[in-house]
Design a protein around this ligand. Structure first.
Ligand code: HEM
Length: 447
């Protein structure tokens, strides 16, 4: 498959206009974060912003994003978003520095090997069927909550397959509290506020402690039983590096929490946005139903159906373009360097935003339009233009897992149900570190 190239010229640098004394661009960012960030490419390819005390450079040009993400020693994980996330993820794969990353990635990669996907897909199919079994014609559901329950059940099951009723483990409640707490902590980067004895902070700490206990108990059970249950935890326990060293219990705990947090909210958000986009675009929905009627005719989707569901897959790609759940990320400059010819000092914070990239009209014509057929082209997008899963060494390890889950869930649900939001108004994003929709209800109609 050919790759589209992106014309590179001289890269421009600028400071975003409209900064206020002391607060800088923080009010504009906090008021309308997506619109603020999507407007930055109009000012330059590398745009300096001031968020209160934090000075950061937003990398707006796809080619510079490609350099940022492929030179992971020069631009390491770091910055405010990461520092907050580390409080929960510990030193797991998503948050560890480059110095630890290669070893961790090598130990974890087997858990996401292509050969494992059919096994996970079988568990996903069961959990998707279970999550929708109680739905009745005419019911009203809170869509984001239902999708969150579904992806929690899937992720918990694929992590701890052996645990009976994995989807209903107390993990669910703890993760909800933790995910909300991380979001709030990232959005409020004031030092110290997360240590105050507020009810929210207490709930957050208790949930983190509960989760630690649950995972350590499961690890002990699995170590005692010593068999491969074809789930993620078994792979983590069995992985050894070239020196014969495996992961310690603490390292496994950090990876489990990472997989839970990284996998649940992202895929749930993708599914929720997809239902809003399908409802607002009835002609796409009709074509989806036609594809599903031919391939599934009302039965749940399985792994072997995936090649026969190209429109469903394009709907997922296009949803991730319009609403990338991980919409902004940070990196830190490890030593004085230049990006696109512009000097950056060691310690500087760089931000990149898949949302900003995906809304560039020079890359995606009519960028706000939901058009799954834009993906019919055979050319792969140029690196740095489409990055819902990031790029380079730190690219999402669960990309195939998350995409498979989203395609199976949309296909299995849409072959039997039409989901119509009860209020006609467009659903807006929640105030959260990830791009998730605000709660909304929808009516279920049996097809
Ligand atoms: C639609 C679903 C998903 C989206 C949009 C998504 C997005 C992302 C993005 C953008 C990154 C790169 C972060 C960066 O550049 O700093 C990332 C990394 C990661 N994701 Fe995902 N993710 C999804 C699903 C999953 C799932 C299902 C899992 C695990 C079960 C997962 C586990 C991870 C991990 C462990 C990393 C860190 C990888 C590394 O640094 O080597 N993600 N994800």
């Amino acid at each position: 498959m050919p790759t589209r190239s992106f014309p590179t010229t001289r890269f421009t640098a600028a400071t975003a206009p409209g900064g206020l004394p002391l607060l800088g661009h923080a009010p504009a960012f906090l008021r309308r974060p997506l619109a603020f960030v999507a407007g930055l490419p109009a000012h330059g390819d590398l745009v300096r912003v001031r968020l209160g005390p934090l000075d950061a450079y937003v990398v707006c040009h796809p080619e510079l994003v490609r350099r940022l993400l492929t030179e992971d020693r020069a631009y390491d994980k770091g910055g405010i978003v990461l520092d907050k996330a580390r409080e929960v993820f510990g030193n797991g794969l998503a948050t560890c520095p480059a110095a630890d990353h290669r070893r961790q990635r090598r130990l974890l990669q087997p858990a996401f090997h292509r050969d494992r996907m059919p096994g996970y897909a079988a568990m996903m199919a069961e959990e998707i069927a279970g999550a929708t079994a109680a739905w009745r014609d005419g019911d009203t559901v809170d869509v984001p909550a239902a999708m969150y329950r579904l992806t929690t059940a899937v992720t918990a099951r694929c992590l701890f397959a052996a645990h009976e009723r994995a989807g209903s483990l107390p993990v669910h409640a703890s993760m909800g509290v933790i995910a909300g707490g991380v979001g709030r902590r990232v959005m409020l980067p004031l030092p110290g506020t997360d240590r105050l004895p507020t009810p929210g902070n207490r709930r957050f700490r208790r949930a983190r402690q509960d989760l630690r206990e649950i995972t350590h108990r499961l690890i002990a059970d699995y170590r005692a039983a010593g068999t491969d249950r074809r789930d993620l935890l078994s792979v983590l326990l069995g992985s050894v590096d070239e020196d014969g060293q495996g992961l310690s219990d603490t390292e496994i705990h950090d990876q489990v929490v990472t997989f839970l947090l990284a996998g649940m909210e992202t895929t749930a958000a993708t599914l929720s946005w997809a239902w809003t986009l399908l409802a607002a675009n009835p002609s796409v929905r009709e074509r989806l139903h036609a594809e599903l009627d031919t391939v599934l005719d009302g039965r749940p989707a399985r792994h072997q159906d995936l090649p026969a569901l190209p429109l469903t897959a394009r709907i997922v790609s296009e949803t991730l373009r319009l609403y990338p759940p991980v919409w902004i990320l940070s990196r830190t400059v490890t030593a004085d360097t230049r990006l696109g010819g512009h000097p950056l000092p060691a310690g500087a914070t760089l931000l990149y935003s898949p949302y900003l990239l995906h809304r560039r009209a020079d890359v995606f014509p009519c960028p706000d339009r939901f058009d799954p057929d834009r993906w019919l082209t055979t050319a792969r997008p140029a690196p740095g233009t489409y990055a819902p899963f990031g790029l380079g060494a730190r690219r999402c390890i669960g990309d195939a897992f998350g995409t498979t889950e989203a395609v199976l869930a949309i296909a299995t649900i849409a072959t039997r149900w039409t989901i119509t939001p009860t209020r006609g108004r467009p659903v807006r994003p929640a105030r959260s570190a990830s791009l998730t929709p605000r709660p909304f209800t929808a009516t279920l109609s049996r097809r």
